[in-house]
Design a protein around this ligand. Structure first.
Ligand SMILES: Nc1ncnc2c1ncn2[C@@H]1O[C@H](COP(=O)(O)OP(=O)(O)OP(=O)(O)O)[C@@H](O)[C@H]1O
Length: 251
């Protein structure tokens, strides 16, 4: 089955959201990602990318429109309840408890699972993240930036979400560490987890994504397969400072 035949995992319809009622930041976004896809959300600074995913996650007020997981409307489901529907969100910052150990961070995330499943899930996560397994009693605040992001991702995966949304997991990381984080995300995606990735790191994100959507001023301006968008003049215009997009011969 190709990606386009698979059921929609997460969608929004005419989603309008923002911090104040009279100031919508996301201004009517129709978006869909199919099961097993990895879609990157691109766009210039201030375009509303974070606001868009936070609105889906229940962390920013939705003014109108809907967000759905599969067929279930989750627009009004409180943020902490969305995980029970299979949606996990990794915020850009404050995504771990720095004063607690790696193991305590995972235990806290596992709290919503039935008691008998917690150890088994944490063991599975340690299998996926050997760096975390190597020193479970280390205080999370002592981890490097990349390892912190991995702990944040591991916390999100404890409850086996069907959809994982990440808000700029590469922020502040060196290119080498970004490559490691992204290859881990790709491996997670290959286990069947649908991933929505908000990113500024365009090249690296397009290299692992199936598809990309571009938000500009709160609107979905452009979308397409990641492989072709990498060479798209609109991407160049928005990101690479190419103000004058070269016209095709004859124009
Ligand atoms: N907590 C907040 N309260 C009020 N306005 C906010 C808040 N957070 C962001 N905004 C505003 O919302 C708009 C969109 O911000 P957002 O962070 O969603 O953009 P972004 O595309 O994710 O940008 P970046 O890539 O720089 O993070 C900006 O004008 C920003 O100033």
């Amino acid at each position: 089955m190709t990606a386009s035949d698979r059921p929609v995992a997460l969608s929004t319809k005419a989603l309008v959201a923002g911090y104040e009622r009279d100031l919508p930041i996301v201004r009517g976004v129709d978006f869909a990602i199919r099961q097993g896809e990895l879609v990157v959300v691109l766009g210039p600074n201030g375009a509303g990318k974070s606001t868009f995913v936070k609105a889906i996650a229940g962390l920013v007020p939705v003014h109108s429109g809907t967000a759905s997981l599969g067929a279930a409307d989750i627009t009004s489901v409180p943020a902490h309840e969305k995980i029970r529907h299979g949606l996990a969100f990794v915020p850009q910052t404050e995504n771990i408890f720095a004063t607690l150990s790696i193991h305590e961070n995972l235990l806290l995330a596992a709290n919503i699972l039935p008691k008998e499943r917690r150890q088994e899930r944490i063991a599975a996560l340690y299998g996926m993240f050997p760096d975390l397994a190597a020193r479970p009693s280390l205080r999370a605040g002592q981890l490097s930036g990349g390892q912190r992001q991995m702990l944040a991702v591991a916390r999100a995966l404890v409850v086996e979400p069907s959809v994982l949304i990440l808000d700029e997991p590469s922020a502040g990381l060196s290119p080498k560490i970004v490559a490691e984080v992204f290859s881990t995300l790709k491996a997670i995606n290959e286990t069947g987890v649908t991933i929505v990735l908000v990113e500024q790191n365009v090249k690296a994100a397009l290299a692992i994504a199936d598809r990309a959507v571009i938000l500009v001023e709160g609107l979905l301006r452009h979308e397409g397969p990641a492989a072709t968008l990498a060479d798209d003049p609109i991407v160049a215009e928005l990101y690479l400072g190419a103000r004058h997009v070269p016209k095709a011969a004859g124009q």
